[in-house]
Design a protein around this ligand. Structure first.
Ligand SMILES: C[S@@+](CC[C@H](N)C(=O)[O-])C[C@H]1O[C@@H](n2cnc3c(N)ncnc32)[C@H](O)[C@@H]1O
Length: 249
């Protein structure tokens, strides 16, 4: 398990609806993307493992590398984790299910570099990763009805009102998740921030394509390793909630 220092957080999770709506009106211009809109970024200085290692940046990887990525994404059942942190869950999950393909998004490039190195050391060949903001890449990378499972575990709550547009659970991004999931596909989410857990449930259950949270689906993930945040919560006795939302068939 990867040790990481987490803060408990203030637990005063608020939604400034007016401010959020203003930001969401500009969602498709890239408002709220972490690091800003990558189309406006001059050049990325931090190196990811060199091609053909299974790491990519949508706007910077070579066409040959992106072709490799597309073959990977379309040639087996696909699970995607968004905000994987150090990858404790996804690397273990990829090892447990060698016939499925796994893609991790994590905006911290060092964590992506380390995940890819760990995967290579452990001989995990069904795994790719990117340090792009998942919200930018997903609609550009994947076809509708192509993803079996999305995992979004302990997403950042982004406490400050001015940072709300960075929250992953917002109606336009849930639209993207709904579009990309296969019918019957699963959105698996978790949070230890009660206010954010409420938002997750409201925004997903409020979407016409998703069924209500179904705790029975947890059985399918019973052997999943904890994420590093989950392990931190377990260690300090902090409660958290998991959700399983299925896309309508
Ligand atoms: C609170 S941490 C949780 C990490 C991990 N899921 C866990 O449970 O230990 C949230 C992670 O999501 C990443 N993140 C936040 N927004 C993201 C985005 N839009 N795309 C990709 N990664 C993101 C952050 O860098 C951070 O590492």
């Amino acid at each position: 398990m990867t040790e990481k220092n987490y803060k408990v957080g203030p637990d005063e999770f608020t939604v400034d609806e007016a401010r959020l709506q203003q930001a969401l009106a500009r969602y498709h211009e890239g408002k709220g993307l972490i690091g800003g809109d990558p189309r406006k970024r001059p050049r990325w200085l931090h190196p990811l493992p060199a091609e053909p290692a299974p790491a990519f940046r949508l706007l910077q990887s070579s066409p040959e590398h992106l072709a490799r990525l597309h073959r990977f994404l379309s040639s087996a059942p696909l699970e995607i984790e968004i905000g994987s942190g150090p990858g404790d869950f996804i690397l273990d999950w990829a090892q447990k299910y060698p016939r499925r393909h796994f893609l991790a998004f994590e905006v911290k490039w060092k964590l992506v570099r380390d995940m890819v190195q760990r995967a290579q050391k452990q001989g995990i060949s069904n795994f790719w990763a990117s340090d792009d903001d998942a919200r930018f890449d997903l609609p550009r990378l994947l076809q509708p009805n192509s993803v079996d499972v999305f995992h979004i575990l302990f997403p950042d709550p982004w406490w400050k009102p001015k940072h709300q547009p960075r929250r992953l659970f917002s109606p336009p991004f849930v639209d993207v998740l709904a579009l990309l999931l296969k019918p019957g596909g699963i959105l698996r989410a978790a949070s230890d921030v009660p206010g954010y857990a409420d938002v997750i449930q409201q925004v997903v259950e409020g979407h016409a394509d998703f069924l209500s949270h179904n705790p029975e689906l947890a059985a399918r993930f019973a052997n999943a390793a904890p994420t590093s945040r989950q392990a931190f919560c377990d260690k300090i006795g902090r409660p958290y909630q998991f959700f399983y939302f299925q896309k309508r068939s």
